[in-house]
Design a binder for this molecule. Structure first.
Ligand SMILES: NCc1[nH]cc(CCC(=O)O)c1CC(=O)O
Length: 325
């Protein structure tokens, strides 16, 4: 057999585990359609599931256990043989996956920027003093606190539709959301302004989708090889560099941390930031290097942050989080 001939390995059925939010379902459907085009003989289905992260709507995620809450149930479904792959927003995937799981493909990134969404105002700068801005991201909170100290930040949880309805009923003057989610759901018209990476450096992995699988050929066929055509090399390199920075600082949702990379030919450019939630202290670094060695570029940026007392900043974050309970 020719090694390029994968047809013999294609199973009759493939099951995709997904959260049930509209964005998660859009993403899972996108993956299903692309796989269906590649493997017309395979029947592909989506198994929708509610995760603990979806159920907890009243607290800031950082206080209830962080990102893992959105992926655990999907991993259990794969381990039980109820699904072969899981589609995630990469931003929600913890840096360290549980033993036995791996990311098999990273899809081409959508717009990585944060978006300013408001019914009455055009930009953050246009908001009157005392305006309430909704975000539950410590990274976005730190940015707003440092640049717009006259604004009041209030937590905002729930899926995209829930967040938009809280804005529409007047709980907030404006909210900050990832542009990627709004664009995927056809809600681009809700975006009043984009926060450029210079002003609001995106979170590691923002705008990218990841496909997680069980390592090895647990199901008796090579899922990883089937997903390989969906992997977007430049996005994969960029997010590896970004996630390295997060990993070095043991990032949980409790740290305002941003990392954003772009790949230009063979070169990867990475920008990274850590700060305190009150926006008073931050460290910022840039690093460039071979796109083929993304983790090395990530480590270089992390070293530059460390040289600006990133550890001291993180210690302050931990103290703030502990004092908050
Ligand atoms: N934390 C929730 C989350 N995870 C991924 C996205 C948006 C889509 C993406 O970044 O791929 C969002 C919503 C948001 O931050 O506004």
């Amino acid at each position: 057999m020719n090694s390029n001939d994968t047809t013999q390995h294609v199973p009759a059925q493939l099951i995709i585990a997904s959260r049930e939010s509209r964005l998660a379902m859009w993403q899972a459907t996108h993956v299903r359609d692309r796989l269906a085009a590649l493997y017309p003989q395979c029947q592909i289905e989506i198994l929708g599931m509610t995760t603990r992260g979806d159920q907890i709507l009243d607290k800031t995620l950082s206080k209830v256990g962080g990102k893992g809450l959105f992926v655990k149930e999907l991993e259990v479904a794969m381990a039980d043989g109820r699904a072969h792959l899981a589609v995630h927003s990469l931003k929600d995937v913890p840096m360290e996956l549980p033993e036995g799981f791996e990311l098999a493909a990273i899809l081409e990134r959508e717009d990585p920027r944060d978006a300013f969404v408001s019914n009455d105002f055009d930009t953050l700068a246009a908001l009157p003093a005392g305006s309430i801005v909704g975000t539950s991201s410590l990274r976005r909170q730190a940015l707003i606190a440092s640049r717009y100290p006259q604004l009041v930040i209030k937590p905002l949880r729930g899926n995209l539709d829930t967040r938009l309805s809280k804005l529409d009923r007047g709980d907030y003057a404006a909210i900050i959301l990832a542009a990627a989610g709004l664009k995927r759901l056809g809600l681009t018209r809700r975006i009043r302004a984009y926060l450029e990476p210079e002003d609001s450096l995106p979170a590691a992995g923002q705008g990218a989708m990841a496909i997680e699988i069980l390592s090895g050929n647990a199901a008796g066929f090579d899922v990883r090889a089937m997903l390989a055509p969906l992997n977007h090399i430049h996005t994969a390199q960029a997010v590896q560099a970004e996630r390295k920075v997060s990993q070095v600082f043991g990032a949980s949702c409790q740290i305002p941390l941003a990392a954003h990379a772009t790949v230009d030919g063979d070169t990867l450019h990475l920008r990274a930031m850590v700060g305190t939630p009150d926006g008073r202290r931050s460290a910022y670094a840039e690093a460039s290097g071979p796109a083929a060695l993304p983790e090395a570029v990530g480590e270089l940026a992390a070293q530059k942050l460390a040289a600006q007392d990133a550890e001291g900043i993180l210690a302050e974050c931990r103290a703030a989080a502990a004092g908050d309970v």
